[in-house]
Design a binder for this molecule. Structure first.
Ligand SMILES: CC(C)(COP(=O)(O)OP(=O)(O)OC[C@H]1O[C@@H](n2cnc3c(N)ncnc32)[C@H](O)[C@@H]1OP(=O)(O)O)[C@@H](O)C(=O)NCCC(=O)NCCS
Length: 174
């Protein structure tokens, strides 16, 4: 019997699995809308055991994994020290990555991950949580709106060689 889904901080030993999980989820979500070359370049630059190991040890990042025993359901990363279009320069923290495994979509697990991310952001002293989401990622938009985010601006997100437009959304942490 496992205790059910639990949110925990990533540790160094999680790096290889985190790289695999992130790359797989990104590919599943966005491969149909990008060229194979852009996708390959983005995955190679973003997900590798070495890269995730560095991120796990980076004090400006929080890497949180949602897992039920050995089964991983999702992960999120908070990043301090960055703001974007329409984001207050003081008291803001970025919800940098937010991925739930496809088999757990629509089952309330993403809400658990979001609650944990907001809690951690508050613990870090933030009053605003912000994120960038691809303008065409309709499911993510609907999810973020449901969780109190509103669009405040736009930013560029480059996938491989393709500059894409992200909507910038923020949520007040009360
Ligand atoms: C974005 C994500 C975290 C949301 O988690 P989820 O469990 O799928 O979210 P939910 O099912 O609670 O909410 C999604 C909402 O979008 C709706 N929806 C589903 N497909 C949709 C679509 N194609 N267009 C618009 N809305 C859609 C759902 O009906 C649901 O709304 P409802 O609760 O009012 O019915 C998850 O889908 C995910 O990890 N996706 C892949 C990675 C990703 O896109 N991450 C975000 C990067 S910024």
């Amino acid at each position: 019997m496992t205790p059910g889904p639990v949110l925990r901080d990533a540790v160094a030993a999680d790096a290889p699995r985190l790289a695999e999980f992130g790359a797989r989820t990104f590919h599943e979500t966005f491969a149909a809308d990008n060229t194979p070359e852009d996708m390959r370049a983005h995955l190679a630059a973003t997900f590798s055991p070495q890269r995730q190991l560095r991120e796990i040890g980076d004090p400006t990042l929080d890497t949180l994994i949602l897992a039920d025993g050995e089964q991983w359901m999702g992960f999120t990363q908070l990043r301090a020290g960055h703001v974007s279009d329409g984001v207050p320069p003081q008291g803001s923290i970025e919800l940098w990555r937010f991925y739930v495994d496809r088999r757990w979509h629509g089952k309330g697990l993403a809400a658990l991950l979001m609650d944990g991310a907001k809690q951690r952001a508050r613990r870090r002293g933030a009053s605003t949580l912000w994120l960038g989401v691809w303008e065409r990622n309709a499911r993510a938009h609907a999810f973020y709106r449901k969780h109190g985010f509103q669009r405040v601006g736009r930013q560029v997100f480059v996938v491989g060689n393709d500059p894409q437009t992200d909507d910038v959304m923020l949520c007040a942490l009360t």
